[in-house]
Design a protein around this ligand. Structure first.
Ligand code: PLP
Length: 430
């Protein structure tokens, strides 16, 4: 169904990438629980290994269940192709890998998922890569951070831990002027609320662990390519534009055109980094995506109701949710996420760190977990958990100060969630 992009989102989330199984007619996508695929003959095998023919060799690279997921997410995001992998963090490394080299840098927003701040500020240094953290509302600072060694710009659409929305149109314009791709982590918004490629993003990454799967069952990630970037316009991206020694001098961009980046991600990235998704995980994620729009609508409805209730409560200092009129991002969110500001936000509790800890321990429906984007409502105190490794300055920049808790609003009855918060806030005040 990928050749019928005129269908609406609700239709595509169920059908894109899938077709009845050619061997059995199975209507639901089978879990192809196999490591390898039998070659027709030696010539077929050689053609596959030379990338002259597309087909299945070994499940570290490609698998039919995972291929359906890749096509589905690419279609929902408006991209030309996608590579699935084992987690959201794997997707971030996979996204940067074809672009970066020792000595190169990526310009990144200060407002990021805590694990991403750590991955970018510490771990990628071991590859000789550097991340430059900048406030993405300060466009002059973003421009000033980009230099001849910059190979990408990276941000989140709705930034974790919530409340901040990136002005993707402005940032993609800056990346375009510098001749580098913009990578957008669209995990918190999902393609139902935000389509970064329509705002100029070159690549979109997801932790499929979150809303796409939707019920906290499996980890996964995906990198979607818009197919729009000209990798040969400069000599900055030799992995894509120059002869590739690991494929007898094949030039990915010249050979595969708009699919160059996706082919590289699979033929080099998954082959050699091995951060592969497994077919069971792809199955769970495909199940989740079938109801994405229905869930996101309820997530947003509940989040709007609960954020409004919290904001009016005297035990609460402030709520950072871009769907509230008091948010500095209230107007921006209408352009970037026209169907709502998501369901992830923070609020500050009067009484600070200690009151936050009491609140978290007193809730009954909300679970205290390091996850988000579940059907269940979740809470975490970032300063003592996910953002614990960060400096006080980094915590503040990420919106994760000691008096702040983050909610991931689920799809239960909003009134039950409000009653739960009410009783826990009462306990936290003592
Ligand atoms: C969870 C998350 C990640 C990391 O994904 P994993 O699947 O946990 O590796 C990256 N970005 C955002 C915005 C996330 O919420």
């Amino acid at each position: 169904m990928s050749d019928t992009p005129t269908y609406g989102f609700d239709t595509l989330q169920i059908h894109a990438g899938a077709r009845p199984d050619p061997a059995t007619g199975a209507r639901q996508t089978p879990i192809y629980q196999t490591t390898a695929y039998v070659f027709r003959d030696a010539d077929h095998a050689a053609a596959l290994f030379n990338l002259q023919e597309v087909g299945y060799i070994y499940s570290r690279l490609t698998n039919p269940t995972i291929a359906v997921l890749q096509e589905r997410v690419a279609t929902l995001e408006g991209g030309v192709g996608a590579a699935a992998c084992s987690s959201g963090h794997a997707a971030q490394i996979m996204a940067l890998f074809p672009l970066m080299a020792p000595g190169r840098n990526v310009v990144v927003s200060t407002r990021l998922y805590g694990g991403t701040v750590t991955q970018f500020s510490q771990t990628i240094k071991r590859f000789g890569w550097a991340a430059r953290f900048v406030d993405f509302d300060d466009t002059d600072a973003v421009k000033a951070a980009i230099d001849d060694d910059t190979r990408a710009v990276f941000c989140e659409s709705i930034a974790n831990p919530g409340g901040y929305v990136t002005d993707l149109d402005t940032i993609s314009g800056i990346a375009d002027d510098a001749g580098v791709p913009l990578i957008v982590d669209n995990t918190s918004a999902t393609p139902y609320l935000c389509r970064p490629i329509e705002h100029g993003a070159t690549l979109v990454v997801h932790s499929t662990t979150k809303y796409l799967t939707g019920n906290g069952t499996v980890t996964g990630g995906v990198v979607v390519d818009s197919g729009k970037f000209d990798w040969s316009a400069s000599d900055k991206f030799p992995s894509l534009s120059a002869p590739e020694p690991a494929y007898h001098g094949l030039k990915f961009h010249e050979t595969f055109g708009p699919l160059a980046y996706t082919f590289h991600s699979i033929a080099i990235g998954l082959r050699d980094l091995g951060m592969t998704m497994n077919p069971q995980a792809a199955h769970y994620t495909l199940m989740g995506i079938e109801t994405l729009s229905l869930r996101m609508e309820r997530h947003v409805q509940n989040a709007e109701k609960i954020a409004g209730w919290l904001e009016a409560d005297p035990r609460v200092d402030f709520v950072t949710y871009a769907g509230l009129k008091s948010s500095p991002y209230f107007d921006r969110v209408k352009t970037i996420c026209p169907r709502g500001a998501g369901a992830l936000f923070t609020f500050a509790v009067k009484g600070g760190y200690d009151a936050c800890i009491k609140l978290v321990d007193s809730l009954e429906i909300f679970s205290h977990v390091a996850n988000l984007g579940d059907t269940r409502s979740l809470i975490i105190h970032p300063a003592s958990t996910t953002h614990r490794q960060l400096t006080a300055e980094q915590q503040a920049a990420a919106g994760a100060a000691p008096n702040t808790v983050r909610l991931s609003i689920g799809i239960e009855d909003a009134d039950d969630l409000i009653a739960d918060l009410d009783q826990a806030l009462a306990k936290a005040a003592h």
